[in-house]
Design a binder for this molecule. Sequence first.
Ligand code: 5AD
Ligand code: SF4
Length: 477
Amino acid sequence: MSEKRNKLVPAGELQRQQAFAEQVKELMLLRTRNPVPLAHVHTYGCQGNVADGERIKGMLAQMGFEFTEESKEADLILYNTCAIREHAEDRVFGNVGALKHIKERHPATILGLCGCMMQQPQVAERIRKSFPYVSLVFGTHVVHQLPELLYRLLTCERRVFELPDSDGVVAEGLPVRRDGELKAWLPIMYGCNNFCSYCIVPYVRGRERSRTMEAIVAEAKEIIAAGYKEITLLGQNVNSYGKDLPEPVSFAQLLRTIDALPGDFKIRFMTSHPKDATKELIDVIAESRKVSHHLHLPVQSGSNRILKAMNRHYTREQYLDLVAYAKKRIPDLSLTSDIIVGFPGETREDFEETLSLIKEVGYTSLFTFIFSPREGTPAAKMDDPIEAKEKSAWFSQLLKVQEEIAAKRSASMVGQVVEVLCEEEGKNGLLTGRTDGNIIIEFTGSPEQIGRTVNVKVTRARNWILVGEAIDEETKL
Ligand code: 5AD
Ligand code: SF4
Protein backbone atom coordinates (compact mmCIF):
# COMPACT_ATOMS: atom_id res chain seq x y z
CA MET A 1 0.00 0.00 0.00
CA SER A 2 1.21 3.50 -0.75
CA GLU A 3 1.50 5.53 2.42
CA LYS A 4 1.17 9.25 2.70
CA ARG A 5 4.28 10.11 4.73
CA ASN A 6 6.10 13.32 3.86
CA LYS A 7 8.97 12.30 1.64
CA LEU A 8 10.13 15.67 0.40
CA VAL A 9 13.68 16.71 1.31
CA PRO A 10 13.20 20.07 3.14
CA ALA A 11 14.29 23.20 1.28
CA GLY A 12 16.61 24.05 4.20
CA GLU A 13 18.52 20.82 3.67
CA LEU A 14 19.05 21.61 0.00
CA GLN A 15 20.32 25.09 0.93
CA ARG A 16 22.76 23.48 3.34
CA GLN A 17 24.01 21.31 0.45
CA GLN A 18 24.43 24.44 -1.70
CA ALA A 19 26.76 25.86 0.92
CA PHE A 20 28.82 22.65 0.83
CA ALA A 21 28.85 22.86 -2.97
CA GLU A 22 30.49 26.31 -2.78
CA GLN A 23 33.18 24.97 -0.47
CA VAL A 24 33.85 21.92 -2.64
CA LYS A 25 34.24 24.23 -5.63
CA GLU A 26 37.11 26.04 -3.93
CA LEU A 27 38.72 22.91 -2.56
CA MET A 28 38.66 21.15 -5.92
CA LEU A 29 40.32 24.12 -7.64
CA LEU A 30 43.27 23.67 -5.29
CA ARG A 31 43.37 19.94 -5.79
CA THR A 32 42.96 19.47 -9.53
CA ARG A 33 45.85 18.84 -11.91
CA ASN A 34 43.67 20.19 -14.76
CA PRO A 35 42.77 23.82 -15.61
CA VAL A 36 39.32 23.02 -14.16
CA PRO A 37 38.27 19.97 -12.13
CA LEU A 38 37.13 17.13 -14.38
CA ALA A 39 34.65 14.40 -13.54
CA HIS A 40 34.04 11.13 -15.33
CA VAL A 41 30.58 9.82 -14.47
CA HIS A 42 29.55 6.46 -15.88
CA THR A 43 26.04 5.14 -15.44
CA TYR A 44 25.10 1.48 -15.73
CA GLY A 45 21.59 0.05 -16.03
CA CYS A 46 18.15 1.45 -16.57
CA GLN A 47 16.84 4.88 -17.54
CA GLY A 48 15.99 5.60 -13.91
CA ASN A 49 19.68 5.35 -13.17
CA VAL A 50 20.50 7.51 -16.16
CA ALA A 51 18.12 10.16 -14.79
CA ASP A 52 19.88 9.98 -11.40
CA GLY A 53 23.21 10.31 -13.21
CA GLU A 54 21.95 13.49 -14.88
CA ARG A 55 21.16 14.99 -11.48
CA ILE A 56 24.51 13.90 -10.11
CA LYS A 57 26.19 15.64 -13.05
CA GLY A 58 24.03 18.70 -12.44
CA MET A 59 25.31 18.90 -8.86
CA LEU A 60 28.90 18.30 -9.95
CA ALA A 61 28.61 21.10 -12.52
CA GLN A 62 27.41 23.35 -9.70
CA MET A 63 30.56 22.37 -7.81
CA GLY A 64 32.68 23.60 -10.72
CA PHE A 65 33.30 20.29 -12.47
CA GLU A 66 33.44 19.83 -16.19
CA PHE A 67 33.08 16.39 -17.69
CA THR A 68 35.33 13.99 -19.57
CA GLU A 69 34.85 10.63 -21.25
CA GLU A 70 38.51 9.85 -20.44
CA SER A 71 38.70 8.38 -16.96
CA LYS A 72 42.51 8.74 -17.00
CA GLU A 73 42.35 12.54 -16.91
CA ALA A 74 39.50 12.87 -14.39
CA ASP A 75 39.87 14.21 -10.84
CA LEU A 76 36.74 12.33 -9.87
CA ILE A 77 35.64 9.01 -11.33
CA LEU A 78 32.14 8.01 -10.30
CA TYR A 79 30.35 4.81 -11.30
CA ASN A 80 26.59 4.90 -10.88
CA THR A 81 25.90 1.18 -10.58
CA CYS A 82 23.10 -1.29 -11.35
CA ALA A 83 22.15 -4.40 -9.34
CA ILE A 84 19.43 -5.93 -11.48
CA ARG A 85 21.41 -9.00 -12.56
CA GLU A 86 24.69 -10.58 -11.58
CA HIS A 87 26.17 -9.79 -14.96
CA ALA A 88 25.64 -6.05 -14.36
CA GLU A 89 27.46 -6.32 -11.04
CA ASP A 90 30.34 -8.34 -12.48
CA ARG A 91 30.97 -5.63 -15.04
CA VAL A 92 31.17 -3.00 -12.32
CA PHE A 93 33.56 -5.06 -10.19
CA GLY A 94 35.74 -5.66 -13.25
CA ASN A 95 35.86 -1.97 -14.10
CA VAL A 96 36.53 -0.92 -10.51
CA GLY A 97 39.47 -3.34 -10.41
CA ALA A 98 40.90 -1.64 -13.47
CA LEU A 99 40.81 1.77 -11.72
CA LYS A 100 43.64 0.77 -9.38
CA HIS A 101 46.24 1.78 -11.99
CA ILE A 102 44.77 5.25 -12.33
CA LYS A 103 44.88 5.73 -8.57
CA GLU A 104 48.52 4.58 -8.49
CA ARG A 105 49.50 7.02 -11.21
CA HIS A 106 47.42 9.94 -9.87
CA PRO A 107 46.86 9.40 -6.13
CA ALA A 108 44.71 12.55 -5.82
CA THR A 109 42.02 11.06 -8.07
CA ILE A 110 38.79 10.43 -6.18
CA LEU A 111 37.20 7.09 -7.00
CA GLY A 112 33.53 6.84 -6.13
CA LEU A 113 30.69 4.34 -6.43
CA CYS A 114 26.97 4.97 -6.06
CA GLY A 115 23.65 3.56 -7.22
CA CYS A 116 21.70 0.36 -6.62
CA MET A 117 24.60 -2.04 -6.09
CA MET A 118 25.81 -0.03 -3.11
CA GLN A 119 22.49 -0.48 -1.27
CA GLN A 120 23.31 -4.15 -0.80
CA PRO A 121 25.28 -4.58 2.44
CA GLN A 122 27.39 -7.49 1.11
CA VAL A 123 28.50 -5.40 -1.86
CA ALA A 124 29.41 -2.37 0.26
CA GLU A 125 31.40 -4.69 2.52
CA ARG A 126 33.30 -6.16 -0.42
CA ILE A 127 34.17 -2.64 -1.64
CA ARG A 128 35.31 -1.66 1.84
CA LYS A 129 37.61 -4.65 2.17
CA SER A 130 38.81 -5.47 -1.33
CA PHE A 131 38.95 -2.05 -2.99
CA PRO A 132 40.64 0.26 -0.47
CA TYR A 133 41.38 2.83 -3.16
CA VAL A 134 37.65 3.53 -3.58
CA SER A 135 37.04 6.40 -1.19
CA LEU A 136 33.49 7.60 -1.83
CA VAL A 137 30.54 5.22 -1.62
CA PHE A 138 26.95 6.37 -1.35
CA GLY A 139 23.52 4.83 -1.80
CA THR A 140 20.36 5.71 -3.66
CA HIS A 141 18.71 7.67 -0.82
CA VAL A 142 21.41 10.31 -0.30
CA VAL A 143 22.20 11.43 -3.85
CA HIS A 144 21.17 15.00 -2.96
CA GLN A 145 23.84 15.03 -0.23
CA LEU A 146 26.70 14.64 -2.70
CA PRO A 147 28.15 18.11 -1.95
CA GLU A 148 28.37 17.31 1.77
CA LEU A 149 29.88 13.86 1.14
CA LEU A 150 32.56 15.32 -1.11
CA TYR A 151 33.24 18.05 1.43
CA ARG A 152 33.78 15.47 4.15
CA LEU A 153 36.13 13.54 1.91
CA LEU A 154 38.13 16.61 0.94
CA THR A 155 38.48 17.95 4.47
CA CYS A 156 38.60 15.29 7.11
CA GLU A 157 37.71 11.73 6.19
CA ARG A 158 39.89 9.23 4.35
CA ARG A 159 36.89 7.24 3.15
CA VAL A 160 33.21 8.19 3.14
CA PHE A 161 30.57 5.45 3.13
CA GLU A 162 27.02 6.85 3.32
CA LEU A 163 24.56 4.02 2.86
CA PRO A 164 21.42 4.50 4.94
CA ASP A 165 18.59 2.06 4.39
CA SER A 166 15.38 4.02 3.96
CA ASP A 167 11.94 3.97 2.42
CA GLY A 168 13.24 6.80 0.29
CA VAL A 169 12.87 10.53 -0.22
CA VAL A 170 12.01 12.89 -3.05
CA ALA A 171 14.51 15.69 -3.66
CA GLU A 172 13.09 18.51 -5.79
CA GLY A 173 15.02 21.38 -7.30
CA LEU A 174 18.29 19.55 -7.95
CA PRO A 175 20.14 20.85 -11.01
CA VAL A 176 20.03 18.51 -14.02
CA ARG A 177 22.66 18.16 -16.72
CA ARG A 178 20.95 16.14 -19.44
CA ASP A 179 22.92 13.78 -21.64
CA GLY A 180 20.98 14.20 -24.88
CA GLU A 181 19.71 17.19 -26.82
CA LEU A 182 16.56 15.66 -28.33
CA LYS A 183 15.33 13.09 -25.85
CA ALA A 184 14.85 13.83 -22.15
CA TRP A 185 14.19 11.53 -19.19
CA LEU A 186 11.65 12.75 -16.67
CA PRO A 187 11.27 10.73 -13.45
CA ILE A 188 7.71 10.92 -12.15
CA MET A 189 8.13 8.57 -9.21
CA TYR A 190 10.78 6.54 -7.43
CA GLY A 191 10.95 3.13 -5.76
CA CYS A 192 8.74 0.07 -6.07
CA ASN A 193 6.20 -1.68 -3.85
CA ASN A 194 5.66 -4.80 -5.87
CA PHE A 195 8.29 -7.22 -4.62
CA CYS A 196 8.26 -9.48 -7.66
CA SER A 197 9.99 -12.50 -6.19
CA TYR A 198 13.09 -12.30 -8.43
CA CYS A 199 13.66 -8.57 -8.21
CA ILE A 200 16.15 -6.59 -6.12
CA VAL A 201 14.72 -3.17 -6.98
CA PRO A 202 12.34 -2.73 -4.01
CA TYR A 203 15.22 -3.50 -1.63
CA VAL A 204 17.64 -1.00 -3.15
CA ARG A 205 15.27 1.77 -4.23
CA GLY A 206 12.78 1.95 -1.35
CA ARG A 207 9.02 2.32 -1.49
CA GLU A 208 6.96 3.98 -4.21
CA ARG A 209 6.83 7.74 -3.93
CA SER A 210 5.47 10.14 -6.49
CA ARG A 211 6.63 13.59 -7.41
CA THR A 212 3.83 16.11 -7.40
CA MET A 213 2.07 16.88 -10.65
CA GLU A 214 3.25 20.51 -10.27
CA ALA A 215 6.91 19.51 -10.04
CA ILE A 216 6.63 17.17 -13.02
CA VAL A 217 4.79 19.69 -15.19
CA ALA A 218 7.32 22.40 -14.30
CA GLU A 219 10.17 20.12 -15.36
CA ALA A 220 8.31 19.11 -18.54
CA LYS A 221 7.94 22.79 -19.44
CA GLU A 222 11.67 23.38 -18.90
CA ILE A 223 12.45 20.40 -21.13
CA ILE A 224 10.14 21.64 -23.89
CA ALA A 225 11.50 25.19 -23.65
CA ALA A 226 15.02 23.81 -24.01
CA GLY A 227 14.02 22.33 -27.37
CA TYR A 228 13.75 18.62 -26.55
CA LYS A 229 11.49 16.68 -28.93
CA GLU A 230 10.72 13.67 -26.78
CA ILE A 231 9.99 13.25 -23.09
CA THR A 232 10.03 9.81 -21.48
CA LEU A 233 8.20 9.64 -18.16
CA LEU A 234 9.97 7.22 -15.86
CA GLY A 235 8.95 5.03 -12.94
CA GLN A 236 9.24 1.35 -11.99
CA ASN A 237 5.46 1.14 -12.21
CA VAL A 238 4.08 4.35 -13.69
CA ASN A 239 0.52 3.04 -13.40
CA SER A 240 0.58 3.49 -9.65
CA TYR A 241 1.70 7.11 -10.04
CA GLY A 242 0.00 9.55 -7.71
CA LYS A 243 -1.69 7.10 -5.36
CA ASP A 244 0.57 8.19 -2.49
CA LEU A 245 0.14 11.95 -2.96
CA PRO A 246 -1.82 13.93 -0.34
CA GLU A 247 -4.38 14.57 -3.08
CA PRO A 248 -4.20 11.44 -5.20
CA VAL A 249 -4.07 11.72 -8.98
CA SER A 250 -3.81 9.00 -11.61
CA PHE A 251 -1.18 8.38 -14.23
CA ALA A 252 -3.88 8.86 -16.87
CA GLN A 253 -4.51 12.38 -15.49
CA LEU A 254 -0.81 13.15 -15.57
CA LEU A 255 -0.52 11.96 -19.17
CA ARG A 256 -3.50 14.08 -20.20
CA THR A 257 -1.98 17.15 -18.51
CA ILE A 258 1.40 16.76 -20.20
CA ASP A 259 -0.26 15.96 -23.53
CA ALA A 260 -2.06 19.31 -23.30
CA LEU A 261 1.16 21.35 -22.89
CA PRO A 262 1.91 23.45 -25.94
CA GLY A 263 4.95 22.55 -28.04
CA ASP A 264 6.31 20.20 -30.64
CA PHE A 265 7.23 17.06 -28.67
CA LYS A 266 6.33 13.42 -28.15
CA ILE A 267 5.64 11.61 -24.90
CA ARG A 268 6.78 8.12 -24.01
CA PHE A 269 6.64 6.37 -20.66
CA MET A 270 7.95 3.29 -18.91
CA THR A 271 7.40 0.95 -17.19
CA SER A 272 3.79 -0.20 -17.02
CA HIS A 273 3.04 -3.11 -14.72
CA PRO A 274 0.31 -5.22 -16.35
CA LYS A 275 -1.50 -5.65 -13.04
CA ASP A 276 -2.09 -1.88 -12.82
CA ALA A 277 -2.35 -0.92 -16.50
CA THR A 278 -5.97 0.06 -17.07
CA LYS A 279 -8.25 0.43 -20.04
CA GLU A 280 -8.40 4.11 -19.12
CA LEU A 281 -4.65 4.31 -19.76
CA ILE A 282 -5.14 2.75 -23.19
CA ASP A 283 -7.93 5.24 -23.88
CA VAL A 284 -5.67 8.16 -22.97
CA ILE A 285 -2.99 6.93 -25.37
CA ALA A 286 -5.61 6.49 -28.09
CA GLU A 287 -7.08 9.96 -27.56
CA SER A 288 -3.88 11.90 -26.97
CA ARG A 289 -2.06 13.95 -29.56
CA LYS A 290 1.48 13.48 -28.34
CA VAL A 291 1.71 10.12 -26.60
CA SER A 292 3.52 7.57 -28.78
CA HIS A 293 1.65 4.49 -29.86
CA HIS A 294 4.09 2.30 -28.01
CA LEU A 295 3.46 0.36 -24.83
CA HIS A 296 6.19 -1.44 -22.92
CA LEU A 297 4.24 -4.02 -20.94
CA PRO A 298 6.60 -6.55 -19.34
CA VAL A 299 4.91 -9.94 -19.13
CA GLN A 300 7.95 -11.88 -17.78
CA SER A 301 6.34 -15.28 -18.46
CA GLY A 302 3.41 -16.80 -20.32
CA SER A 303 2.74 -19.46 -17.69
CA ASN A 304 0.24 -18.77 -14.92
CA ARG A 305 2.13 -21.07 -12.57
CA ILE A 306 5.34 -19.09 -13.04
CA LEU A 307 3.57 -15.72 -12.92
CA LYS A 308 2.21 -16.73 -9.52
CA ALA A 309 5.64 -17.81 -8.29
CA MET A 310 6.99 -14.48 -9.55
CA ASN A 311 4.33 -12.65 -7.49
CA ARG A 312 3.14 -10.73 -10.54
CA HIS A 313 -0.59 -10.58 -9.63
CA TYR A 314 -2.03 -11.13 -13.10
CA THR A 315 -2.75 -14.14 -15.25
CA ARG A 316 -1.87 -14.86 -18.84
CA GLU A 317 -5.56 -14.42 -19.70
CA GLN A 318 -5.82 -11.00 -18.00
CA TYR A 319 -2.68 -9.88 -19.80
CA LEU A 320 -3.97 -11.05 -23.18
CA ASP A 321 -7.33 -9.36 -22.52
CA LEU A 322 -5.64 -6.03 -21.95
CA VAL A 323 -3.51 -6.51 -25.06
CA ALA A 324 -6.61 -7.33 -27.11
CA TYR A 325 -8.33 -4.17 -25.88
CA ALA A 326 -5.22 -2.10 -26.60
CA LYS A 327 -4.89 -3.48 -30.14
CA LYS A 328 -8.55 -2.83 -30.85
CA ARG A 329 -8.38 0.72 -29.55
CA ILE A 330 -4.98 1.53 -31.14
CA PRO A 331 -4.54 -0.58 -34.28
CA ASP A 332 -0.98 0.60 -34.96
CA LEU A 333 0.13 0.04 -31.34
CA SER A 334 3.66 -1.28 -30.94
CA LEU A 335 4.08 -3.58 -27.94
CA THR A 336 7.36 -4.50 -26.28
CA SER A 337 8.05 -6.62 -23.23
CA ASP A 338 10.55 -8.11 -20.80
CA ILE A 339 10.85 -11.89 -20.48
CA ILE A 340 12.74 -13.92 -17.90
CA VAL A 341 13.84 -17.40 -19.00
CA GLY A 342 14.71 -20.10 -16.49
CA PHE A 343 12.89 -18.82 -13.40
CA PRO A 344 13.31 -21.41 -10.59
CA GLY A 345 11.02 -24.36 -11.22
CA GLU A 346 10.17 -23.35 -14.78
CA THR A 347 9.56 -26.42 -16.93
CA ARG A 348 9.69 -26.94 -20.66
CA GLU A 349 5.87 -26.70 -20.65
CA ASP A 350 5.97 -23.33 -18.87
CA PHE A 351 8.51 -22.09 -21.36
CA GLU A 352 6.33 -23.27 -24.26
CA GLU A 353 3.55 -21.11 -22.82
CA THR A 354 5.85 -18.10 -23.00
CA LEU A 355 6.60 -18.91 -26.64
CA SER A 356 2.91 -19.21 -27.44
CA LEU A 357 2.17 -15.91 -25.69
CA ILE A 358 4.81 -13.96 -27.56
CA LYS A 359 3.49 -15.38 -30.85
CA GLU A 360 -0.03 -14.40 -29.93
CA VAL A 361 0.90 -10.83 -28.96
CA GLY A 362 3.34 -10.21 -31.83
CA TYR A 363 5.74 -7.89 -30.00
CA THR A 364 7.86 -5.38 -31.87
CA SER A 365 10.82 -6.33 -29.71
CA LEU A 366 11.67 -8.04 -26.44
CA PHE A 367 14.19 -7.54 -23.67
CA THR A 368 15.10 -11.08 -22.71
CA PHE A 369 16.96 -12.21 -19.61
CA ILE A 370 18.10 -15.47 -18.10
CA PHE A 371 17.05 -15.62 -14.43
CA SER A 372 19.79 -14.31 -12.16
CA PRO A 373 19.44 -15.07 -8.44
CA ARG A 374 19.66 -11.88 -6.37
CA GLU A 375 20.67 -12.29 -2.73
CA GLY A 376 17.83 -11.40 -0.36
CA THR A 377 14.99 -12.02 -2.83
CA PRO A 378 12.59 -14.97 -2.35
CA ALA A 379 13.40 -16.46 -5.76
CA ALA A 380 17.08 -16.77 -4.86
CA LYS A 381 16.08 -19.39 -2.28
CA MET A 382 13.76 -21.39 -4.54
CA ASP A 383 14.72 -24.78 -5.92
CA ASP A 384 16.22 -24.37 -9.35
CA PRO A 385 16.79 -27.82 -10.86
CA ILE A 386 17.12 -26.79 -14.52
CA GLU A 387 20.72 -26.71 -15.72
CA ALA A 388 22.27 -23.55 -17.08
CA LYS A 389 22.87 -25.30 -20.41
CA GLU A 390 19.19 -26.00 -20.82
CA LYS A 391 18.23 -22.45 -19.89
CA SER A 392 20.63 -21.16 -22.54
CA ALA A 393 19.00 -23.40 -25.13
CA TRP A 394 15.55 -22.06 -24.23
CA PHE A 395 16.91 -18.54 -24.35
CA SER A 396 18.27 -19.06 -27.88
CA GLN A 397 14.97 -20.52 -28.97
CA LEU A 398 13.11 -17.53 -27.57
CA LEU A 399 15.37 -15.14 -29.48
CA LYS A 400 14.85 -17.09 -32.67
CA VAL A 401 11.07 -17.10 -32.35
CA GLN A 402 11.01 -13.38 -31.57
CA GLU A 403 13.31 -12.65 -34.51
CA GLU A 404 10.80 -14.29 -36.84
CA ILE A 405 7.94 -12.31 -35.29
CA ALA A 406 9.86 -9.03 -35.59
CA ALA A 407 10.93 -9.78 -39.16
CA LYS A 408 7.35 -10.44 -40.18
CA ARG A 409 6.15 -7.30 -38.44
CA SER A 410 8.85 -5.20 -40.07
CA ALA A 411 8.17 -6.69 -43.51
CA SER A 412 4.51 -5.74 -43.16
CA MET A 413 5.58 -2.11 -42.77
CA VAL A 414 7.31 -1.87 -46.15
CA GLY A 415 5.51 0.73 -48.25
CA GLN A 416 4.10 2.58 -45.23
CA VAL A 417 4.95 6.20 -44.44
CA VAL A 418 6.02 6.61 -40.81
CA GLU A 419 6.82 9.59 -38.61
CA VAL A 420 10.40 9.51 -37.37
CA LEU A 421 12.25 11.74 -34.94
CA CYS A 422 15.54 12.07 -36.81
CA GLU A 423 18.31 11.68 -34.23
CA GLU A 424 21.66 11.56 -36.01
CA GLU A 425 23.70 10.64 -39.02
CA GLY A 426 25.12 7.13 -38.77
CA LYS A 427 28.57 5.98 -39.84
CA ASN A 428 27.10 4.65 -43.09
CA GLY A 429 25.92 8.17 -44.02
CA LEU A 430 22.26 7.32 -43.43
CA LEU A 431 20.11 9.25 -40.98
CA THR A 432 18.76 7.29 -38.05
CA GLY A 433 15.87 7.65 -35.68
CA ARG A 434 12.97 5.78 -34.19
CA THR A 435 9.44 5.41 -35.41
CA ASP A 436 6.55 6.34 -33.17
CA GLY A 437 6.38 2.63 -32.27
CA ASN A 438 10.05 2.82 -31.19
CA ILE A 439 11.52 0.82 -34.08
CA ILE A 440 14.96 1.93 -35.27
CA ILE A 441 14.92 3.18 -38.85
CA GLU A 442 17.78 4.21 -41.14
CA PHE A 443 16.93 6.43 -44.06
CA THR A 444 18.25 8.69 -46.77
CA GLY A 445 17.68 12.40 -46.23
CA SER A 446 19.63 15.54 -45.49
CA PRO A 447 21.51 16.32 -42.28
CA GLU A 448 19.34 19.42 -41.71
CA GLN A 449 16.59 17.00 -40.80
CA ILE A 450 18.41 15.99 -37.62
CA GLY A 451 16.29 17.06 -34.66
CA ARG A 452 13.09 17.17 -36.66
CA THR A 453 10.14 14.87 -37.10
CA VAL A 454 10.29 13.58 -40.66
CA ASN A 455 7.98 11.53 -42.88
CA VAL A 456 9.84 8.45 -44.01
CA LYS A 457 8.70 5.86 -46.53
CA VAL A 458 9.73 2.36 -45.45
CA THR A 459 11.47 0.68 -48.39
CA ARG A 460 12.99 -2.40 -46.77
CA ALA A 461 13.00 -4.36 -43.53
CA ARG A 462 16.08 -5.84 -41.90
CA ASN A 463 14.75 -7.90 -38.98
CA TRP A 464 14.21 -5.32 -36.24
CA ILE A 465 15.65 -2.37 -38.19
CA LEU A 466 13.72 -0.62 -40.94
CA VAL A 467 15.25 1.12 -43.96
CA GLY A 468 13.59 3.99 -45.82
CA GLU A 469 13.75 7.38 -47.46
CA ALA A 470 12.57 10.77 -46.22
CA ILE A 471 9.77 11.84 -48.49
CA ASP A 472 9.08 15.49 -47.83
CA GLU A 473 9.71 18.46 -45.58
CA GLU A 474 9.49 18.13 -41.81
CA THR A 475 6.06 17.41 -40.43
CA LYS A 476 4.63 18.87 -37.30
CA LEU A 477 2.77 16.77 -34.78
N1 5AD B 1 16.94 -12.08 -13.19
C1 5AD B 1 16.68 -11.86 -14.51
N2 5AD B 1 16.01 -10.80 -14.96
C2 5AD B 1 15.57 -9.90 -14.05
N3 5AD B 1 14.86 -8.76 -14.20
C3 5AD B 1 14.67 -8.23 -12.97
N4 5AD B 1 15.24 -9.00 -12.04
C4 5AD B 1 15.79 -10.07 -12.69
C5 5AD B 1 16.51 -11.20 -12.26
N5 5AD B 1 16.76 -11.42 -10.97
C6 5AD B 1 14.39 -8.27 -15.49
C7 5AD B 1 12.85 -8.22 -15.54
C8 5AD B 1 12.57 -6.75 -15.46
C9 5AD B 1 13.78 -6.17 -16.17
C10 5AD B 1 14.03 -4.73 -15.90
O1 5AD B 1 14.85 -6.95 -15.69
O2 5AD B 1 12.44 -8.74 -16.78
O3 5AD B 1 11.36 -6.38 -16.08
FE1 SF4 C 1 11.18 -5.25 -9.93
FE2 SF4 C 1 8.62 -6.03 -10.13
FE3 SF4 C 1 9.22 -3.60 -9.08
FE4 SF4 C 1 9.58 -4.06 -11.72
S1 SF4 C 1 7.61 -4.09 -10.62
S2 SF4 C 1 11.03 -3.04 -10.30
S3 SF4 C 1 10.22 -6.20 -11.74
S4 SF4 C 1 9.73 -5.59 -8.20
